[in-house]
Design a protein around this ligand. Sequence first.
Ligand SMILES: Nc1nc2c(ncn2[C@@H]2O[C@H](COP(=O)(O)OP(=O)(O)OP(=O)(O)O)[C@@H](O)[C@H]2O)c(=O)[nH]1
Ligand SMILES: [Mg+2]
Length: 625
Amino acid sequence: MSTLNLGILAHVDAGKTSLTERLLHLAGVVDEVGSVDDGSTRTDFLDLERQRGITIKAAVVSFALGDLTVNLIDTPGHADFIAEVERALGILDGAVLVVSAVEGVQGQTRVLMRVLQRLGIPTLLFVNKIDRAGAREGGVLDELAERISPDVVPMGATRDLGTVAAGFEPWPLDDPGLVDRSRRGLAHPVYFGSAITGSGVDALATGIRDLLPRSNDSGDGPPAGRVFKVERGPAGEKVALVRMTSGTLRVRDRVRLPTGEAKVTGLDVYDAGGTVARHVVEAGRIARVRGLAGARVGDVLGAPEDAPVEHWFAPPTLETVVEPVRDEDRGALHTALTELAEQDPLIDLRQDDLRGELWVSMYGEVQKEVVAATLAADHGVEVTFRETTTICVERLVGTGEAFEIIDVAPNPFLATVGLRVEPAPVGAGVTIGLGVELGSMPSAFFNAIEETVHETLHQGLHGWDVPDCAVTITHTGYWPRQSHAHATFDASMSSTAGDFRNLTPLVLTEALRRAGTQVCEPMHRFELEVPADRVGAALAVLARLRGVPHATDQHASTYVLAGVVPAAEVHRLQQEVPTLTRGEGGLTTEFDHYAPVRGPAPSRPRTDLNPLDRKEYLLRVGRRL
Ligand SMILES: Nc1nc2c(ncn2[C@@H]2O[C@H](COP(=O)(O)OP(=O)(O)OP(=O)(O)O)[C@@H](O)[C@H]2O)c(=O)[nH]1
Ligand SMILES: [Mg+2]
């Protein structure tokens, strides 16, 4: 039996969860079609999802189409939960991208399709909601061809559009090459239908069966796979969702994870809307693996090392401090957030030990509310958030050099370190070059300098990360281990790696000071859809929120304004959208680049020993020693 790991993706409210429910019904897995509006669907099973009527977490359900087992992953459409989509993308054989027949192609549709294409994931298109008033066919096809891909291929025609009787009549498949092109992601068949009335869903199911590739992972070799989700079982035990990429995994197998070896204590697979226990799971399938206590989202199972986690969507640009309402919950909050961060790639936790604060990075306000509700419901911890701030970076303005020589005041450490810092292009990262002979010093001392340079550059002169910087080690020196016949090691006369670790932050921040840094804020590109008569009002709002429109594009009676807006203003812009567009338009934003902050530079409280203040730093280092 072959397997297809299928993702359903779309902008928020396009009908992904409703369509999933329809497909389950069609496959005979459920007798009654669940409804998002009643909170009775299989894939929106979290309380919070049912209360809000939106998908928050990606969820897997399985059904059979003839000889094919489909593992369907229903993903969230709200941009705040894009990291959930990102994790699912890594394990897909194919995808269905849903578009609404009324709203048409949205900015988020394009963001998703761009990534699907970059990853080479074969994708079908489903134009949903043909039963709704205002549903279009030709107009949406034009938008798809223009804004999604020139390779879209309509698979049939609609009738009675915009009524509950709306239907979809598939054409006979007369292009013999389409199957191959579609399975290779070179053509995108388009179906129309309604997830509410069910019309067109059978035609889509046929397309899923015949026009998407099946997983072709090899059963040979040792078991390997990728952890794309971590859940908690009923007894609080960890369950890792693993897409098997090769070999066969068995209960009681010992498998390697980046955090160490672990023993598989139980295996389930998805089957006919539920899960069933298995002793073995083959390549290509999705396994729910128990026993892997150290598993984290993104881990490669069976690989000895951490595989680099690739990001296809922009990182979060907001952060906020989370505080417990009751002070005695501080410990519980830390435990809960650590657990959430482990299950949820959206939550990036940063701990400030000096102030006892917990920072989390965020995509937006909806995610913030979801985190608060989850902490309260699942962990019994009530929290508040301090005001959300944007995550800035610092970029070097010029070149700077500094050094301190061993045994020369004011250097209290037994080390010589000299560093030059120079601006580096965006995306170049931190590079460290040598301006001295490598053999001039034991390699442990070079390593100590290099590691400390990387650490120190996480907090520039204003406390923000310095992502790109070319560093050169210009001076080094040390006192060798005292080796008189009767003398033992004497730390007051011999350099240690600690001397280099302690001195490097002082030299580096001095070099940074001489170079100067500029704080840059994240800028989002936006697409704002407004009715033609609201363009003037939209431009006025954009101007007030420091937004710069670059282009306008007209589709029928709506205009699409595109441009850039500071991440700091995105929330306020979002709040204006319903009035601005009379509920007819939408806003999509995504991180684009960093731009220098005009006016006074915002700074972030430091969480290190503050090498900017030499006296304070030496006191703290002394205390640590
Ligand atoms: N009239 C009509 N309404 C639909 C159709 N499909 C979905 N809806 C409605 O649209 C709303 C959103 O549907 P969902 O299935 O939750 O959409 P979703 O894409 O899963 O939403 P998120 O997961 O939150 O992004 C619900 O109120 C559905 O009842 C359709 O074909 N016709
Ligand atoms: Mg949904």
